[in-house]
Ligand binder design. Structure first.
Ligand SMILES: *Cc1c(COP(=O)(O)O)cnc(C)c1O
Length: 395
């Protein structure tokens, strides 16, 4: 494979890097693509929608012909809700695999939709494992679908979706994947892992701006989804059927966002596709985590479960450390970090995705070092309690 032509430009002078899991730092050319208006029914825009759908499907690799891509207006959550409401029949029952905020949101969505469900809640950071999923499915024959979160962005854990897929299909059930923060950087090739549908959005690993999500689903599931949805605007079958007939979105599309996304998709290909993008994010993570550990910071997760998407760090135990001040100091140095979402101990998160490379990550570590010095924090080591928490992860 030819070396991808790809260079990380610096964002505008004074514009901080977003070390967040979307919206994230986008390239200048992606932003520039939004400086033009498009007629939503015009041939040119219809061609853009066609290209967008085809390019996203290409990421599935061999066997993609059995799938189709349906873009959906709104943020990622709208597409998750659309997927759940459209593919789970009203008499279906769902097993939700939760280990953080997004798994919980899926359960909450099913509550709204009135779909029967049970939740395997693993807490803040333990992965749902194949054996326990298999047992739940064996004990409850009413369960028709399993919903898994690919990368649970609230802790950054990369859940073992292959293992989950195997036991789901061995038990004759169907898998839906929220791959919002992973798709485009972590492979989900249909030749390697079986699933009925996945969902992601414009402003995560493809590095577009926010404004729509997309559902990629098996055509047989799209056909079967007719009449399932509780919602007019979130009906995936209706959007799909209309798009296939007219190449138009049913309701006003986010035209500028689509234009920007196409530029982002072409850059994704130029970088070497999913493998190339994943390699850069992995390098970002490795450089950043190594540097932060040198400063005394500890990650919530052991290396095995660390995603190349976002990493959770424990806050230092030093009395001089205050997250709000750390945040402001980091922002002054050009980096927006992200508060943590753990329930037991204080934490913060640093994203590895977006238009950033390892050189930027080294600057992030240097900025953290300076910030600690300015706060008078001699060592970034977490409280013993945090490490005890983490020891539970040893499995
Ligand atoms: C970002 C994200 C979503 C969607 O969030 P929105 O704020 O609605 O875009 C859903 N699931 C996961 C795992 C995510 O990372």
């Amino acid at each position: 494979m030819a070396a991808p032509e790809f260079k990380i430009p610096r964002p505008h002078l004074g514009e901080p890097y977003l070390l967040t899991p979307g919206p994230l730092t986008t390239s200048y050319v992606v932003k520039q693509a939004m400086l033009r208006d498009w007629g939503s029914w015009d041939d040119d825009f219809r061609g853009m929608t066609r290209e967008l759908r085809a390019r996203l499907l290409d990421l599935l690799g061999a066997g993609k012909e059995a799938f189709d891509c349906v873009p959906m207006q709104g943020s990622g959550t709208f597409s998750v809700e659309a997927m759940l409401g459209s593919f789970i029949p009203r008499n279906g029952k769902v097993l939700v695999l939760a280990n953080g905020a997004y798994g919980k949101r899926t359960a909450q969505t099913l509550e709204y939709l009135g779909r029967a469900h049970v939740v395997l809640d693993k807490g803040d950071y333990l992965p749902p494992r194949g054996a326990e999923v298999a047992k739940i499915l064996a004990d409850d024959p009413a369960i028709t679908h399993v919903v898994a979160i690919h990368c649970e962005t609230s802790s950054g854990i990369l859940n073992p979706v292959e293992e989950i897929s195997e036991v789901t299909y061995a038990a004759g059930r169907k898998l839906l994947i929220d791959s919002m923060s992973a798709f485009g950087a972590i492979e989900l090739k249909v030749a390697d892992i079986r699933y009925e549908a996945l969902v992601s959005s414009a402003n995560k690993c493809i590095e577009g701006v926010p404004g729509f999500g997309f559902i990629i689903a098996r055509k047989t599931e799209l056909e079967a989804a007719k009449g399932n949805s509780h919602s007019l605007s979130l009906d995936v079958h209706a959007q799909w059927a209309h798009m296939n007939k007219t190449e138009q979105w049913r309701f006003t599309p986010p035209t500028h966002v689509v234009a920007a996304f196409l530029v982002a998709l072409r850059a994704h290909e130029a970088e070497g596709g999913v493998a190339g993008r994943g390699a850069r994010y992995t390098r970002n993570r490795d450089v950043m985590v190594a540097g932060m550990r040198d400063l005394g910071f500890e990650t919530l997760l052991k290396d095995r479960w660390l995603s190349p998407i976002i990493v959770t760090f424990f806050c230092p135990s030093d009395d001089n450390f205050a997250f709000d001040r750390f945040y402001e100091l980091m922002k002054d140095k050009g980096f927006i970090i992200y508060p943590g979402k753990l329930t037991v101990v204080d934490s913060f998160r640093v994203g590895c995705i977006g238009q950033m490379d390892e050189h930027v990550m080294r600057q992030v570590v240097a900025a953290a070092k300076e910030a600690l010095a300015e706060m008078g924090v001699a060592n970034a080591a977490p409280p013993a309690r945090a490490l005890e928490e983490r020891a539970i992860l040893a499995a």
